[in-house]
Design a protein around this ligand. Structure first.
Ligand code: RIB
Length: 309
């Protein structure tokens, strides 16, 4: 099972605080750590730890962060042959604040991630040849996402698009997408809704997004679980209750795990249940990539949950 990720690589500079400072406020008492991150790289590592063969297509700068990002991916077994180095740009950096409840706020300086071109993506994908699933967040230029989706759909690979950070997307991109996977905030933003409070709100937003021609939609809702829409039916995936430490990369973990499930031939619902369990584990740990679980852990977690209490 072969997965291609076209996406971002960022070094995460993280301060843990009792609470996230408001604009204009200075708070002391934080603890600083760095973690390899970036939605694309996180999704690639999530899939690799769950057993897939993963190729990363992206762009870093010629700097220490970039070299560390490449080394980490290589150690995780992700193929970085198509991670390009842009000599004039810095590797992407994310400034992250995490509060006591595990909630975060993230400011990203994309740097080299936005130097990835459609031509780079086209060359990489032609050299990769056949693969099963293409995974993409929205932290590289939209043209690269469009090019990758078009090529993947031409060779019959499934396309998972994680519209994070959210932006309005056109039908000519979404018709290549097999699974559109926003979180509740992204789904609200993409449909011009103030927020998605109730199941009915999520269903309304889903109908609007499905009208844009994505074949399937999964809206993740943190500790409220997720909802899946396949154009005909809707299914609720209950949350797996856990003690939240840090929600950073939980969405990325869900995306990577869903890709693995689909590669293995699981139904969309069963792949989403697997993804939800993997994401729940990631929330119990600090940082982006270090929090992503291995396959055995997810299986154990699912077995424990299915045992009668
Ligand atoms: O989804 C979490 C990721 O978003 C972080 O690792 C950060 O780098 C940003 O891309």
């Amino acid at each position: 099972m072969k997965i291609v990720v076209v996406g971002s690589l960022n070094m995460d500079l993280v301060v843990r605080m009792p609470q996230i400072p408001r604009p204009g406020e200075t708070l002391l008492g934080g603890v600083f750590k760095t973690f390899p991150g970036g939605k694309g790289a996180n999704q690639a590592v999530a899939a690799a730890r769950l057993g897939a063969s993963v190729m990363m297509v992206g762009c870093i700068g010629n700097d220490a962060f970039g070299r560390e990002m490449r080394e980490t991916l290589t150690r995780e077994g992700v193929d970085t042959m198509h991670v390009l180095v842009h000599p004039q740009s810095l590797t992407g950096v994310a400034l992250i604040q995490v509060d006591a409840a595990g909630q975060n706020s993230i400011a990203v300086a994309s740097g080299a991630n936005f130097e990835l071109t459609s031509t780079d993506v086209e060359k990489a994908m032609l050299s990769i040849g056949n693969f099963d699933v293409l995974v993409m967040p929205l932290e590289t230029p939209l043209e690269t996402i469009y090019t990758a989706a078009r090529i993947a759909s031409r060779i019959g690979a499934k396309v998972i698009l994680n519209p994070a950070p959210a932006q309005l997307l056109k039908q000519d991109l979404l018709e290549f997408v097999d699974v559109l996977l926003p979180n509740e905030y992204e789904a609200a933003l993409m449909t011009g809704s103030p927020s998605l409070q109730s199941v009915a709100d999520v269903c309304n937003a889903a109908q609007k997004l499905l009208l844009l021609k994505a074949k399937n939609l999964i809206v993740t809702m943190g500790n409220r679980g997720a909802m899946l829409f396949d154009g005909k039916t809707e299914s609720q995936i209950p949350a797996c209750p856990v003690q939240a430490v840090d929600s950073t990369a939980a969405g990325d973990c869900f995306v990577g795990a869903l890709a693995v499930g689909l590669c293995e031939g699981k139904s969309l619902l069963s792949a989403a249940e697997f993804a939800s369990a993997a994401a729940a584990i990631s929330v119990t740990r600090d940082g982006a990539q270090p929090s992503l679980p291995r396959r055995e852990e997810v299986i154990q977690f699912m077995n424990d949950r299915s045992k009668p209490k």
